[in-house]
Design a protein around this ligand. Structure first.
Ligand SMILES: Cc1cc2nc3c(=O)[nH]c(=O)nc-3n(C[C@H](O)[C@H](O)[C@H](O)COP(=O)(O)O)c2cc1C
Length: 420
């Protein structure tokens, strides 16, 4: 999978040693794939995809409940419901074991609706799993609330091999009270089909290849991991254990795998959830600085778990305006977080620099930054929990003004290839 993710190829492992089921992976490692999966043109623009996702979040579609589903062609319950037959991979040398990475995990939200998310799920043995809910997930909040209410268990279903719109919706953050099932329908353009579970009071998407059902034992916590995380390091957590009560699947199921760790696929998928953040940072900046034209929030294998923000200006008001923008942006608030809690570096460029091309941005930094007055360094900025560099929760932030000085516009005119 690592070999082919760089060449943008999907992989299908037909014969997995010792297992009967094939494995499919590398399905969503770039924007084109996401667009194609949603029936959009392969080369559709970032703006068009953002628009589609934004509109799905605003116009959810109620799912359709059906009785018969292909995912129930083979049903195993009780002792028969075990994981050994599934081709669940181990990804990194230091991982604690095999992990399910493309399981849409469904629990009942505190308001009773279906909450769905993709989480790393460690296989502890044939009957037990550990689901890692990060402190920013709804699942984590559901765990906490249920525990404080004194609940011992939480019913859960994990759907593997669901249709693309369902995977994408599971990663998005719907408006409060809206189920990810409804966002999946809106992304797809028609209601997704769901069916009742066998041993728990939940609904699952019918298009799944495989469903695992069970109970999370909220008080039975184990040390989950180590597991190769998105930032490129191993991570562990304390997570509750899930005991499997039933497994069902199609007659010839395909086991879907999302490449975890610092893969393009992992970043491409989680960036879907960043569309709203990008929009609100841009709106807030434009309200304060009329010269702000656009921005790109970069979260990729090269940025790790802290993001990089590139801001482009059109006709900056003065030579000190970019510095004022840098001093402001880290402290702006979105979704109850400061921008600086998840952004490590900010670069301000002129409108002639393509903010989606990292080499053009680097070119601007290297050719247009004359002195240290163009750089700001903020020590001890409060980080989110994902910052590996943080000490006591804080780390340094950098801002670079790579715009052309107003009196040097002619000198910094970019060479142009003649139009003919
Ligand atoms: C491959 C992959 C792995 C992920 N692993 C986790 C994880 O282990 N824990 C977590 O909380 N979020 C993880 N996420 C992000 C969540 O899917 C995302 O934040 C989702 O909105 C969580 O849903 P919730 O807020 O309804 O709980 C992962 C995303 C992807 C694409």
């Amino acid at each position: 999978m690592w070999k082919f993710e760089k060449s943008s190829k999907a992989v299908f492992f037909e014969k997995v040693i010792g297992k009967q089921m094939p494995v499919a992976g590398n399905l969503f490692q770039n924007k084109s794939r996401i667009c194609m999966a949603l029936g959009m043109p392969k080369n559709c623009s970032t703006e068009a995809l953002n628009e589609r996702v934004g509109s799905a979040l605003k116009n959810p579609i109620t799912p359709e409940t059906v009785e018969n589903s292909l995912v129930k062609q083979v049903i195993l319950r009780g002792e028969e419901a075990r994981l050994e037959k599934f081709p669940i991979p181990t990804f990194f040398e230091g991982d604690a074991g095999s992990y399910i990475t493309a399981g849409a995990c469904i629990v009942r939200h505190l308001n009773g609706s279906m909450n769905m998310g993709i989480y790393r799920i460690q296989v502890l043995d044939g009957k037990r799993l550990a689901i890692h809910a990060s402190p920013r997930s709804d699942l984590y909040r559901i765990f906490l609330k249920k525990e404080t209410e004194g609940s011992e268990t939480l019913e859960t279903a994990i759907a593997i091999g669901v249709e693309p719109a369902t995977i994408f919706a599971a990663i998005l953050k719907p408006l409060p009270g809206v189920s990810e099932f409804n966002v999946a329908g809106a992304l797809k353009g028609e209601p997704i089909k769901i069916t009742e579970c066998e041993t728990v009071d939940l609904m699952v998407p019918c298009e799944a290849e495989i469903v695992l059902e069970g109970e999370i034992r909220l008080k039975e916590k184990i040390s989950e991991g180590p597991f190769g995380e998105i930032g490129g390091y191993y991570g562990t957590s304390i997570s509750p254990v899930m005991e499997i009560t039933a497994i069902y699947y199609r007659k010839q199921p395909i086991f879907h795998v999302i490449l975890p760790g610092p893969s393009s696929e992992h970043f491409t998928l989680i960036n879907l959830a960043n569309i709203g953040i990008k929009k609100s940072v841009l709106k807030k900046l434009k309200e304060k600085f009329s010269s702000v034209k656009d921005l790109n929030l970069v979260w990729s294998p090269s940025t790790g778990t802290m993001m990089k923000l590139i801001i482009s200006l059109e006709n900056k008001g003065s030579d000190i305006e970019p510095r004022e923008i840098l001093e402001t942006v880290f402290n702006l608030k979105v979704r109850e977080m400061t921008v600086g809690s998840f952004v490590k570096q900010v670069v301000v460029v002129d409108e002639d620099v393509n903010i989606y091309d990292s080499s053009e941005v680097e070119w601007a930094v290297n050719t247009r930054t004359p002195n240290e007055k163009r750089i700001i360094v903020i020590p001890n900025f409060q980080s989110w929990n994902n910052d590996y560099a943080a000490e006591d929760g804080c780390s340094v932030r950098f801002g670079i003004d790579a715009t052309k000085s107003l009196n040097k516009r002619k000198k910094f005119e970019k060479v142009q290839i003649p139009k003919y």
